[in-house]
Design a protein around this ligand. Structure first.
Ligand code: ZN
Ligand code: ZN
Length: 359
C-alpha cells in the first residue's frame, strides 16, 4: 500500500514530463519505491501501468514477500538484455534515470544498447519525492533519534579525562545497537580539545583531557532510517573564549528554530544563524551550511544552505547545526533534527538538552 502510493506519485511526475518509464538502480531509491532490502542487488523498471523488479535467484523469495506491487523478473540485476526486452515489449521510448546515482557501467549500457530510447535526467525529482516524509518514515526517524539521545545519556560518564575518543565512540555505538538500532548512520565523530576545531573529526585514539571541548556528532539507523545529532560538552572548566563560542552557537541554533516560517527557503533559514555568528565576528569560522535533509540516507535532499533558493516542503526532515571552529583552540557545534510543519518545526532530538554542560 505504502509503496503503491509512492509509485503513484512517481507516475504523476512521469505524466507531467511525458516519460513512459523510469529505471531505478540506486539501492536507496529501489528501497524507497519497492521496500526491497537486498541493498544493491535489484533494479526497478516502472512503467505507466506496470512495474518490474529485476533480481537474481538469491532474492526471489525475499522480493516476492517484500515487493507485492512488482512483477518479479529473475535475472542478474545488471542484465541489460532483460531490461531491453521489457523496454521493447512495453514500448517505452522515453526513460527516466538517476543521473547522479547511476553506475557508469549501467549508463553506458543504456546509452549504447538502447538508441531507441530517449533518456531523461530525474535525480532532482527523486530528491523531491523523498523530501516529503510520510507518517511511517517520520516514526522511524523519530525512533532513531530517541535511541540516539538515550544512548548518549548512557555514555556521559565515560566522557572524562583519560578515556580515548575511540572508546567513547565504541561505547556509544554499542549502546545504540543495544537500544534497538541496527547500526550507526555514519562514522561517529568524537573530537576533543584542539581536534574539536575539525568539523568532521572522526574518533581517534586521543585521550580526553581536562579543559577539553568534546564534540560528538553521531546517529543510528532504525528500520532503514537515519538519525543525526551533535552535542558539544566541556570536561572541566572550559577556556573563556570557548565558553563564549558555545553561547553564540546556542543562540544561533535557537534563533533558526524560532525564526523558521513555513515556505521559507533553505537560504533564508541558513541566513538566520549565519547573521548572528557573523555579527559576533566568527563568520569565517562557520564554513559549512546550516543543515541537510535526513532520511534513508544521512544526507539527502533539502540543503539548508546559502545556495538553496527552494522553499522547504512540509514534512521535510532536516538538521539545524551551526558551528564555530577556531584552529588551535577548538570548536562547538549543536545539531538537532527537525520536521518542517506549517506552524513551525518539530524537534526530533529534544530528549537530550543542549544547554552548556560541564562534565
Ligand atoms: Zn551530524
Ligand atoms: Zn548533520
Amino acid at each position: 500500500m505504502l509503496h503503491r502510493k509512492r509509485i503513484e506519485r512517481l507516475r504523476e511526475m512521469m505524466k507531467e514530463k511525458y516519460i513512459f518509464g523510469v529505471y531505478v538502480t540506486s539501492p536507496e531509491n529501489v528501497f524507497y519505491l519497492s521496500g526491497f532490502t537486498g541493498f544493491g542487488d535489484a533494479r526497478l523498471l516502472i512503467g505507466r501501468t506496470n512495474a518490474w523488479l529485476i533480481t537474481d535467484s538469491r532474492y526471489t523469495v525475499q522480493a516476492a514477500e517484500e515487493c507485492p506491487e512488482y512483477t518479479l523478473v529473475t535475472a542478474n540485476a545488471e542484465n541489460i538484455a532483460t531490461l531491453e526486452e521489457l523496454l521493447r515489449k512495453e514500448m517505452i521510448c522515453t526513460l527516466g534515470f538517476e543521473n547522479e546515482r547511476i553506475a557508469y557501467r549501467d549508463y553506458k549500457a543504456l546509452k549504447e544498447r538502447y538508441d531507441f530510447v530517449q533518456l531523461a535526467e530525474l535525480d532532482g525529482d527523486f530528491t523531491e519525492l523523498r523530501d516529503v516524509k510520510e507518517e511511517d518514515e517520520l516514526f522511524c526517524i523519530e525512533k532513531a533519534c530517541q535511541i540516539a539521545c538515550r544512548s548518549l545519556y548512557e555514555v556521559l560518564d565515560d566522557i572524562r579525562p583519560g578515556t580515548a575518543e575511540s572508546e567513547i565512540a565504541a561505547e556509544l555505538e554499542y549502546r545504540m545497537r543495544k537500544n534497538g538500532a541496527s547500526g550507526k548512520s555514519f562514522e561517529t565523530i568524537v573530537a576533543s580539545g584542539k581536534r574539536s576545531a575539525m568539523p568532521h573529526g572522526v574518533a581517534s585514539d586521543k585521550k580526553i583531557e581536562n579543559g577539553d571541548a568534546v564534540t560528538i556528532d553521531f546517529g543510528c539507523i532504525y528500520k532503514h532510517y537515519c538519525s543525526d545529532m551533535t552535542r558539544t560538552f566541556f570536561v572541566g572548566r572550559p577556556d573563556a573564549e570557548l565558553e563564549s563560542i558555545y553561547r553564540i552557537v546556542y543562540e544561533a541554533q535557537i534563533a533558526a528554530m524560532e525564526g523558521y516560517r513555513f515556505g521559507m527557503t533553505g537560504a533564508e533559514l541558513d541566513a538566520i544563524s549565519r547573521e548572528i555568528i557573523t555579527e559576533k565576528g566568527y563568520g569565517p569560522n562557520f564554513g559549512h551550511s546550516l543543515g541537510h535533509g535526513v532520511g534513508i540516507e544521512i544526507h539527502e535532499g533539502a540543503a539548508i544552505s546559502r545556495r538553496n533558493t527552494k522553499a522547504i516542503q512540509k514534512d521535510t526532515v532536516f538538521s539545524i547545526e551551526p558551528g564555530i571552529y577556531v584552529e588551535g583552540l577548538g570548536g562547538v557545534r549543536i545539531e538537532d533534527l527537525v520536521v518542517a510543519g506549517e506552524n513551525g518545526l518539530r524537534i526530533l532530538t529534544s530528549d537530550f538538552d543542549k544547554k552548556m554542560l560541564v562534565l
